[in-house]
Ligand binder design. Structure first.
Ligand code: 48H
Length: 262
């Protein structure tokens, strides 16, 4: 074909060699981010840019989380200041002034550029991976990694033991259900974590509080994005995404600062 003869087994070897090299290299990372939604991808960009070995684990085969389906499936994402400026300046996303302090961006562009910018900064993504549990240590209590398996296995509903990824910091960016913090709260009650779930909508309050409460929930475990609202019982904000960007940036700054001190 095109002057080259392709052996089927060589295709297999190329896949297996490169995939295993990747999994080998990334079985231990500085930061594991669970979820490739707006907060997770934003965090990935700043963490990778700071030189940290950053891996994003996403259960779907696609980027973006809630960005794509954004405002009731209408193709516009609303953000406010200063997230609009951050999207424009750091991610090169085109931002349109919609008046009243609001700005509109194209969801497809936002997904593509958050992904591309974070990858160009050095972040790695593993798509189609479901995070089902954490690895912990006691004395002192801390989270030191994740237990994961392929999403297809989860969908097939057949039991398989997970494999492990060690991380100096784990970030829960799983959105409304705060899945990582929830599993720690359920399986390790001695750590005292609770996930009360988010409250009803109150945009002004929600946008500020989600950013304010972004951060460490216990040693080794951080929370960003909508998961913050679930963990701290904060109001939701509906189809406005400024706090997701600010929260992702903030968690990255906190993790960078903490990891520098260790
Ligand atoms: C692997 C997982 C797992 C798992 C989930 O929902 P997201 O977009 O999350 P955020 O917090 O970055 O953004 C929230 C925003 O999209 C939103 O919903 C808003 C602003 N709502 C306001 C309102 O009032 O409703 O993305 C989370 C990602 C998704 O892609 C999931 O597939 C993924 O995390 N994920 N990946 N293992 N256990 N759980």
């Amino acid at each position: 074909m095109y002057g080259v003869s392709i052996r089927e087994s060589e295709i297999t070897r190329a896949i297996v060699k490169s995939a295993l090299k990747f999994l080998d290299e990334y079985s231990s990372v500085d930061v594991a981010i669970v979820g490739a939604g707006p907060s997770g991808m934003t965090a990935a960009y700043y963490l990778a840019r700071a030189g940290l070995k950053t891996l994003v684990l996403e259960r779907r085969f696609s980027f973006g989380g809630g960005i794509g389906g954004a405002a009731s499936h209408l193709p516009s994402i609303v953000v406010e200041h200063p997230a609009a400026q951050i999207l424009s300046e750091d991610f090169n996303v085109r931002v349109q002034d919609a008046g009243n302090g609001l700005y509109v961006v194209d969801p497809a562009e936002m997904i593509a550029k958050l992904a591309a910018k974070s990858i160009d900064a050095g972040a790695k993504y593993l798509l189609g991976i479901n995070v089902e549990d954490v690895i912990y240590r006691d004395k002192p209590a801390r989270i030191v990694g994740l237990a994961v398996y392929w999403s297809s296995i989860q969908m097939a509903n057949i039991h398989t033991d997970p494999f492990f990824i060690e991380a100096r910091a784990v970030i829960d960016a799983t959105g409304h259900d705060a899945e990582v913090v929830s599993v720690v709260a359920r399986k390790n009650p001695e750590f005292g974590l609770k996930v009360p779930g988010e409250r009803s909508a109150y945009v002004d309050l929600a946008e500020d509080l989600v950013v304010k409460y972004t951060g460490k929930v216990m040693e080794g475990l951080y929370v960003t994005g909508m998961a913050v609202a679930a963990v701290y019982g904060l109001p939701r904000m509906g189809p406005i995404f400024g706090s997701m960007i600010l929260s992702g940036k903030r968690v990255a700054e906190l993790v960078i600062n903490d990891l520098k001190r260790i």
